[in-house]
Structures are given as C-alpha cells and as structure tokens.
Design a protein around this ligand. Sequence first.
Ligand code: HAM
Length: 423
Amino acid sequence: MSQQIQAVRGMKDILPQETPLWQRVEQTLRDTFSAYGYSEIRLPLAEKTELFQRSIGEVTDIVEKEMYTFEDLNHERLSLRPEGTAGCVRAGIEHGLLHNQIQRLWYMGAMFRHERPQKGRYRQFHQAGIEAFGMEGPDIDGELIAMTARIWKSLGVTSLVLQINSLGTLAARQIYRGHLVEYFNGHREALDEDSQRRLTTNPLRILDSKNPDMRELILAAPQLSEHLDAESLAHFERLKTLLDSAGVLYTVNPRLVRGLDYYSKTVFEWVTDQLGAQGTVCAGGRYDGLIEQLGGKAAPAIGFAIGLERLLSLIESQAGLPAPQPPHLYLLVAGEHAERAGVKLVESLRDALPGLRLVMNCGGGSFKSQFKRADKSGARVALLLGDEELAKNIVGVKFLREERAQQEISMDNLAASLRELIL
Ligand code: HAM
C-alpha cells in the first residue's frame, strides 16, 4: 500500500457532521450583514506581498513571521491573505468604490497565518468581516458594534464581552510612543527579549505582551488615554454614549492596542473566557489613514472580522452540533426495468416537489442491503420500486421511523400523495 498523505498541519478539514453548523452560522451572518445594508465582495486568496507589508505593517507578527509568501512562476512575490482588510481596500481603490462615497462591504472566507497551531488557532482559518468606508463620525462605529451584538444574540451566544479603546490619531500616537519608549528604556532590564526588540520597532505592542513577569511594568506604563488628542477623545466619548443608547455593554480596556498597524481611534474586541488562550472571537477598529497609505484618496474607514472557528466552537460548547437534515425519501430500486423507471420517477418527483430531499439508491444491492442504507441515511420514508411494482404501476411506501402499515400508491398520483404524507 502507498503511504497516506496527511493534511497540512494547522489546516483542518470540516467534516460532514460539522458543516450544518457552519451553514447555519454563515446564513445568520449573511442575513444580518444584508439587513444592515452591506453588500458582499469576493476577493482573491493571494495578493502581492507588498500590499500586506504596507498595510498591516512591516514590524508586526503577521508580516514578520506568519505569512505564506512565495514567488510565482513570473517571479512575483505573492502572499496568501492573512486577513481581509488589505485586499478589500486594494480592491476598493482599484475599482473606484471608495472615492467620495459611502460603501458598506462584507466578505467571508479562508485566511492563512503560519502561527503555532493550538485550540482556536490554525494556519488556515475563516473570517467573516465587514468594512465600512466614507463615514468619519462615531455613529458608524456604534452601528457596527451593535450589529456584532445582534449576531451573538441571533446565534444564542452569551459569553462574549466587549472591550473598547481609542488609539487616537497617528500624530497623537507618535507623541505617546515617545513617552512609552522613554518609560520602557528606564526599565530595559525588566523587558523580555521580544519586548526589547519591540522597543525600537513597535513599542505599543509591548503593552500587548502576555508575559506575566512584565505585568506590573506594563500596568504602570503611561496610558494612551492620557495622551489622546481632543478630536479622538470626543469621538470616543460619543461612541460610548451611542453604545449606551443601543444597550450594548462594554468595558474600556486602555491596554487594547491590536496587532495590526493600520488602526486609529476606535478599536474593539469581543472576548470570552470559554476558549482558553485564544479568546478573541471578533476584533476590529477604525483605520482612517489606510486608504491614502495604499494610494487612494484619503477617506475614513472602519471594520471588523469574526474568527469563525472560534465562534463555532463557542456555539458548539453551548448547544452541541445541530443534526444534519436527513432526506425525506430514499428510493429502493431492483430490476433492470425498475431502474430505468426509477430514474424517470425521481426526476418527475423533483419537478413536482421543490424542496424535496430524495436519495435514490445507486450501486445496486438486494432489497435487504438497500433497506440498510435507507435506514442509515436517516430518511423518513422508503419508496420501493421493483419489476413487480412496475408491472402494477404502483410504488411501495414504507415508513422507516414510525409504526405504520406499508402502503401501495399509484404512480399516477404519487407526487400529490407524497406531498401530503411527508412535506
Ligand atoms: P485580527 O485580530 O488579526 O483582525 O483577526 C480577527 C479575528 O480572526 C481574531 O479575533 C480571531 O477570532 C480570528 N483569527 C485570527 N487569527 C486566527 C488563527 N490563526 N486561527 C483562528 N482564528 C484566527 C483582522 O484580521 C482585521 N482584518 C479585522 C478588521 C477588519 N479590522 C478592520 N476591519
């Protein structure tokens, strides 16, 4: 026997017993996005590497060490998308969707990051994200967060809490960065290796460190909120009022900085303590400078992405997996003539009864083995068609899940009878 080939580490198969939950969640997301006026955009899985370097940032974990980057046959450097915002902005600029207009877009699909796999963290994972362009006030920030809250409500998810923060404008952040570098420089010996490196590359990210030895030091560090510009402060205060009016609970986390460079002003995360270390299920924020940075005309923007694996595992831990939808009918056929008549019959039933889930036995077998398959399929009713039934122009109807006598129904009014019996 040849050796088996296994899936790539960190890239999961989603098996048939899991897909009903995926479909339910995806449908709820689509319905909610559409109810808030968002349109779908479908973006390529690969982009020029430079796009991610220029948007997410050269010295972020994602760009420094997590991208699947390769040279294609034309020697172009491409990367599998680690997230959706960069590609969405690139497409928006390229197709003139962002210039002087309001645009509400959503996307859903696979993203790739070469992280160390663990529960809730994969190398191929799925995000559903939205990006809203052309609105600078906090009203859209509030609406977007209220929409996420509605999604959790629709899905019956109760264990997520909202954290919000403001990162201020780029200029205000530069000034704060100076204070932070000065503070951490004064405590260099207490910084771990990673943070020492970040001190020169991206000092704000030190605040994000999970190292318990640095906890005290980080807690005592100067806070961004003390250095916010007046405009960002007013924006944040209005957002809080809007969330209060919408009845969305939140906590302000002054150390929430996010791992991507493009954010300004509002940032937020929905987190849970039910998933272990990977507790952030949804994250996003404003990125007013990104469009201009990527060559478009400056325009404000905000968005978020939901990690679908994490959301699903939360739902599954609360409610389990939904049962797959079994077929209504399973047709058993035996005999050469019956087989031909069977094909005709199922097609006419599909015409007459839209929505009917009908599996026809393929691959032959005795009636006994066909019954076993019918039972395993979960179908409620088995239809029997042998040469004998064919000769009498009838079909046998056997209920597989209830005590009911077997019936014979004339082929001529089979669709009408079945509609009454099972739909
Ligand atoms: P992010 O925080 O990098 O933001 O990712 C958003 C969410 O994707 C995370 O909160 C998490 O649920 C999920 N996620 C990220 N990495 C993994 C992984 N390796 N395995 C499983 N799930 C993961 C963004 O991607 C931004 N583009 C969000 C955004 C949109 N900001 C503005 N617009």
